[in-house]
Design a protein around this ligand. Structure first.
Ligand SMILES: Nc1ncnc2c1ncn2[C@@H]1O[C@H](COP(=O)(O)OP(=O)(O)OP(=O)(O)O)[C@@H](O)[C@H]1O
Ligand code: SF4
Ligand SMILES: [Mg+2]
Length: 340
């Protein structure tokens, strides 16, 4: 977590929309999300399964299947729009400029190159170092992500490693080029808590030393509280609430966020053991992106809907008071005083 995010953004996403062609018709998976990630800042993206978190970041990277996805809006990385970039330029930028860690490590590891080779390439893309020094740094990085016997692991191919080891290798590769932006999609979910803490520490160091901006997608509220400066809550492909981590976790305004946090007694019973609830406590199911409701996207599940506009009009993101640290706290709902 950075102490004080600065205003010049590394990433500036404006009105991002993704429509996918599916056998059941067009699916509106991402419906106009806007956010920025400042230098050294971490933005956590949360929301139930299917809310469009992964698709929203795959769209930024140009990694959605051609002919299936229609992407619009803008996503500027250090001022350059990723969405209109030529494919060769995008490949160039994606390598050293953006580190990516996805749910499935095999999607971003190269199966025909050894772990060492992939790491050395990343390190040399960023720093003017010889092969031997880069290999030494590669082994250090593997040790830093908690991989046992890093020297040996350098000569292994991805398929020779266990799932947990592959995950850690992928994180090491993503960090190896000290990227301007790191996108982590459930990057540490499968790892045990000690390794997870080690990796979070490593990411924070990278942020301090290189000002890396981070987009961290997770279901784990403990991780959000520990790593995020700001939180963006997605539902039905929309941002329903965003703000500083303190504003969103301590003063959630949108009924969906309150449900996720177990803060709305009607929606979720607090756990007897006092543990932090998982982000899956709202009764009912999210809407299918092929069949989004008119009006507020949450209304079919909303326990407090009272406004006649809920079922007909989409509430805009309204600023709720000043927000912490001068950053706005916003929610898309008709049901708070400030948002009316
Ligand atoms: N290639 C695809 N073709 C058609 N539909 C897709 C495709 N990829 C994703 N979807 C649909 O888009 C919606 C959003 O998916 P996405 O993977 O972004 O969700 P998510 O928020 O990342 O969920 P999770 O928390 O489970 O990872 C889902 O309804 C999913 O079924
Ligand atoms: S706008 Fe209406 S339906 Fe949507 S969250 Fe607020 S009260 Fe519920
Ligand atoms: Mg996902």
């Amino acid at each position: 977590m950075s102490a004080s995010p600065v205003s010049e953004p590394v990433l500036d996403v404006q009105d991002l929309r993704v429509r996918l062609r599916t056998p059941r018709g067009p699916a509106d998976v991402v419906n106009g999300i806007s956010y920025t990630v400042g230098r050294g800042e971490t933005v956590a993206v949360v929301g139930e399964s299917g809310s469009g978190k992964s698709v929203s970041v795959l769209a930024l990277m140009g990694l959605l299947p051609d002919g299936v996805a229609t992407v619009s809006g803008a996503a500027r990385l250090d001022g350059e729009d990723l969405l209109t970039m030529r494919p060769d330029r995008l490949r160039e930028v994606r390598g050293p400029g953006i580190g990516m860690v996805f749910q499935d490590p095999m999607t971003s590891l190269n199966p025909v190159l050894t772990v060492g080779r992939q790491l050395v390439e990343g390190i040399r893309a960023h720093a003017d170092v010889g092969k031997a020094a880069a290999r030494e740094r590669a082994a250090e990085l593997l040790a830093e992500v908690g991989l046992p016997d890093p020297g040996k692991a350098l000569d292994r191919y991805p398929h020779e490693l266990s799932g947990g080891m592959r995950q850690r290798v992928m994180i090491a590769i993503a960090l190896s080029s000290s990227p301007a932006l790191l996108i982590a999609d459930e990057a540490t979910t499968a790892l045990d808590v000690t390794v997870q803490a080690q990796i979070i520490e490593l990411v924070e160091r990278l942020q301090r030393e290189h000002g890396t901006g981070v987009v961290w997608i997770t279901h784990d509220l403990g991780v959000v509280a520990g790593i995020a400066d700001r939180v963006l809550v997605m539902y039905g492909g929309r941002c329903v609430e965003d703000g500083t981590v303190d504003d969103v976790l301590e003063h959630p305004a949108h009924p969906y966020t309150r449900g996720l946090l177990g803060a709305l007694p009607d929606l979720a019973e607090p756990r007897a053991d006092g543990s932090v609830p998982d982000l899956a406590t709202v009764p009912g199911t999210p809407p299918a992106p092929t069949d989004l409701p008119a009006g507020c996207v949450f209304w079919p599940r909303c326990p407090v809907r009272a406004d006649p506009r809920c079922e007909t009009e989409q509430p805009p993101l309204a600023v709720l008071g000043a927000g912490g640290g001068g950053l706005p706290h916003r929610a898309a709902t008709w049901c708070t005083e400030e948002a009316r």
